[in-house]
Design a protein around this ligand. Structure first.
Ligand SMILES: Cc1cc2nc3c(=O)[nH]c(=O)nc-3n(C[C@H](O)[C@H](O)[C@H](O)COP(=O)(O)OP(=O)(O)OC[C@H]3O[C@@H](n4cnc5c(N)ncnc54)[C@H](O)[C@@H]3O)c2cc1C
Length: 409
């Protein structure tokens, strides 16, 4: 009898842990080995900039699955180990713990790492990044009444950390190189809204502000801006984006274009190797483009795709990409990606902090919906985008027309 096939998963994060669970759910009976660099079993990163910082989440709520799940599901979870090379011809991976592990199917789920700034002072104490639970613990220790946090980068993670810092009584200054926060990921209306909201909560926001150096004597004391000003601080968080962990794939000769290139079954060009989650450059069939996404829904979708393909099941229906961010009592939910926006239609009341922004292409097709405290609009928006619907701007803006009617029209 042939040996049961073995799936090896490199990376024990959201995507890797979920792929193992989906494989078992879909009836995969062979060996599953997960190799993870971090000391923790797969956990959720979103709370790290939110509930975890505020002491509202513990290790158990952070964990993707209860500890017993892995032995119960006969999943061999090997932590504190890094996959260092892939031997494609022999179908093996090697680890920094000196092991060579054969695979029938390999899933690369190596995620992304925080981008570093090429400026002096990055080695100073209390210079922080936020990617892992260990990073979050360091940040948490630096926050509290009277403490001053400088946040370099006004993206989602930076803004969430600033909101958490304020909730803990710390001062927060967000330093953003662009003329608005969230410049890379949200439209101007949304940026303005979040800027005003943060400022009203006491966050200082410096826009068009380049960072020249980090100043301190062993520990950070301030952030020197390009215009010469010094922003004094006790800790600084660098939140300037993430870089995909694609080196393993590159070294093995797999195509990478700012992420490991995969198809809609999460397959690389090597039929035995899949890649899922933040480390991939993936197709977006609704938009006819390829892109790297950094979100939990994407990690789950691709984990499902890889598991289905390995189990010989039909490919799951492509999903509308979506993302969320929590800041103060604001829940932002974004469905779709605003490529080719010709017009933005506001539904709801921006000043009241309950609204949705519908991005329409030139022919009126809804490309994306950014919803603040408007989950009905977000849910309806997802359905509308999935069906590639064209909507009239007057009907979107008219609150007398329900989302149900809009979605059905
Ligand atoms: C602070 C923070 C807040 C976030 N908030 C949100 C949110 O609100 N909403 C949302 O949708 N998304 C959010 N995200 C993004 C989301 O967490 C990621 O998209 C998701 O974790 C991606 O899963 P992944 O498995 O691809 O990567 P990860 O979860 O990063 O896991 C990758 C794992 O692989 C390990 N690894 C890397 N290389 C190797 C190797 N060679 N060998 C072994 N192991 C390796 C890494 O150490 C890591 O543990 C947030 C992320 C962060 C950091």
């Amino acid at each position: 009898m042939p040996a049961a096939p073995r799936v090896v998963i490199a990376g024990a994060g959201h995507a890797g842990g979920s792929a193992a669970a989906f494989l078992r759910q879909m009836g995969f009976a062979g060996d599953i080995v997960i190799i993870g660099q971090e000391p923790l079993p797969p956990y959720q990163r979103p709370p790290l900039s939110k509930a975890w910082l505020k002491g509202e989440a513990d290790a158990a709520t952070l964990a993707l699955k209860p500890a017993a799940f892995y032995p119960d599901a006969n999943i061999d979870l090997r932590l504190n180990a890094t996959v260092t090379a892939i031997g494609r011809a022999a179908k093996t991976v090697t680890t920094d713990t000196g092991e060579t592990i054969p695979y029938d199917h390999l899933i690369l789920a190596t995620g992304a790492r925080a981008r570093r700034l090429p400026i002096p002072g990055m080695q100073l104490g209390n210079m922080l990044e936020l990617r892992t639970a260990a990073d979050a613990d360091k940040l948490k220790a630096a926050l509290g009444p009277g403490k001053r946090l400088a946040v370099i980068g006004g993206g989602y993670i930076g803004l969430e950390a600033a909101a958490s810092a304020r909730a803990l009584g710390a001062d927060a200054t967000v330093i953003e190189r662009e003329p608005r926060v969230l410049a890379r990921v949200a439209c101007e209306i949304l940026s303005d809204f979040f800027q005003s909201f943060h400022r009203a909560q006491g966050v200082t926001i410096e826009l068009n502000a380049g960072v020249e150096a980090l100043v301190g004597d062993g520990t950070i004391k301030g952030v020197r801006l390009s215009d010469g000003r010094l922003i004094p601080c006790d800790a600084a968080l660098v939140g300037v984006g993430a870089v995909p962990n694609e080196e393993l794939a590159k070294d093995a000769g797999l195509a990478c274009e700012g992420g490991i290139v995969v198809d809609l079954a999460a397959r690389t060009a090597d039929p035995s190797i899949y890649a899922i989650g933040d480390c991939t450059h993936r197709p977006l069939p609704l938009y006819g483009r390829m892109m790297r996404l950094e979100s939990v829904p994407n990690a789950l979708e691709q984990a499902r795709q890889a598991a289905a393909d390995i189990c010989g099941k039909p490919a799951p229906m492509p999903e509308v990409p979506w993302f969320w961010s929590d800041q103060y009592d604001l829940r932002l939910q974004i469905a779709g990606i605003p490529f080719d926006t010709a017009e933005i239609v506001v539904r709801g009341d921006v000043a009241a902090g309950k609204f949705a922004l519908f991005h329409l292409s030139a022919d009126g097709t809804v490309q994306a919906v950014e919803a603040v405290n408007a989950s009905t609009e977000f849910m309806g928006g997802r359905r509308i985008i999935q069906r590639r619907k064209k909507l009239a701007r007057e009907r979107i803006a008219d609150m007398a027309v329900s989302m149900q009617e809009l979605a059905a029209s």
